[in-house]
Design a protein around this ligand. Structure first.
Ligand code: THU
Length: 132
């Protein structure tokens, strides 16, 4: 099945900056108005400063004025589909737990997750005290 969102995630994989891990990740967010915003991982000599592809896509989308997301496509160099890391799950959760995540492995396998299932008992803004 051809899907522009998956194609966008695959295309941005080529732009990943991963000289240390050599593990490239490409992500693409689909907004509720149909806009597609890609992101790739950006590594750093200070390893803790690494930005994952999913968080790069969220930051780019928000900077473009988008906050409502329908789907996220994820691709990487791994043969099998990968799931977003814990930090990215939390960042994605800020914008809604109904997000559908389609992960595609380098050998073509696909898995579909719901963010709600990947991050049960999520901590969200609803958990903050009033006024925070
Ligand atoms: N990475 C992502 O971009 N997304 C994930 O969900 C998992 C990990 C990146 C971070 C780092 O550049 C490389 O993969 C190896 O961890």
């Amino acid at each position: 099945m051809s899907d522009r969102l998956i194609d966008a995630a695959k295309a941005v994989l080529a732009r990943a900056y991963a000289p240390y891990s050599k593990f490239r990740v490409g992500a693409a967010l689909e907004t509720t108005d149909g806009t597609i915003v890609p992101g790739c991982n950006v590594e750093n000599a200070s390893f803790g400063a690494v930005i994952c592809a999913e968080r790069a896509a969220v930051a780019a989308a928000v900077a473009q004025g988008h906050r409502a997301f329908r789907r996220l496509a994820l691709t990487s160099d791994a043969p099998d589909p990968v799931a977003p890391c814990g930090l990215c799950r939390q960042v994605l959760a800020e914008f809604g737990l109904d997000l559908e995540i389609i992960s595609v492995g380098a050998t073509g396998g696909r898995v579909i997750y719901r963010l709600r299932d990947l991050l049960p008992h999520a901590f969200t803004r609803d958990d903050l005290p009033e006024g925070a």
